[in-house]
Design a protein around this ligand. Sequence first.
Ligand code: NAD
Length: 88
Amino acid sequence: MTKQFENKVAMVTGAGSGIGAAMARRFAEEGAKVVAADLNEDAAREVAAEIEKHGGIAAAVRQDVGDPARSRIRSNSRWRNSGGSTSR
Ligand SMILES: NC(=O)c1ccc[n+]([C@@H]2O[C@H](COP(=O)([O-])OP(=O)(O)OC[C@H]3O[C@@H](n4cnc5c(N)ncnc54)[C@H](O)[C@@H]3O)[C@@H](O)[C@H]2O)c1
């Protein structure tokens, strides 16, 4: 069965906790590659790791939505192998 967001990338802000984390998990379940963005990088990385543990593809970004120019992508091998871009 085709998933709703196959071949799409979902960037979720505030993905380290609460509603954002739930959205990140749900997008991944529907086939999206997820960029989990949060001010709290450790929390974003935990959510991305959890998604990957369940077979999804995710990268974590430390991002202050009040200052989007200053973000860092922490990608992993699954993300890079999927064709996801990386920048620091
Ligand atoms: N939980 C609810 O039932 C509910 C209902 C209505 C509205 N809201 C609103 O929705 C929003 C999210 O709620 P939640 O329960 O998921 O909160 P939460 O505190 O669980 O999650 C918020 C996440 O946003 C991150 N964050 C905070 N400032 C940031 C910034 N500048 N840049 C990037 N990330 C940042 C935090 O690190 C955290 O991981 C809040 O504004 C809340 O008031 C929540």
